[in-house]
Design a protein around this ligand. Sequence first.
Ligand code: ZN
Length: 98
Amino acid sequence: MRTTATPPVDALEQVLGELPLPWVVTAEDLKLALRALLVHAPEQWPTGPLCRADRTAYPCLLHRWARRVLRSRGLLDEVIDGLVERGGQLLGVPDGRS
Ligand SMILES: [Zn+2]
């Protein structure tokens, strides 16, 4: 499914805000972010899409964090969606070193 990040929807998240990005995004951070996108994928419910892992409104806090990590390395949403569709294969993704 094609996705775009939206503002926080959970009351607790409105208080706590978004998860902070790593100071330096490493290759390990990129792998973790991809894993988070695969685990925190949308699942269709009668009330709308929910996160498959934590059953909060999609995109959930971790999904948004993961997408921001990947965007911080210059990846466009279309590329990120393509990576997720390929099961997180990191072919052609920058290694994260600055
Ligand atoms: Zn989630």
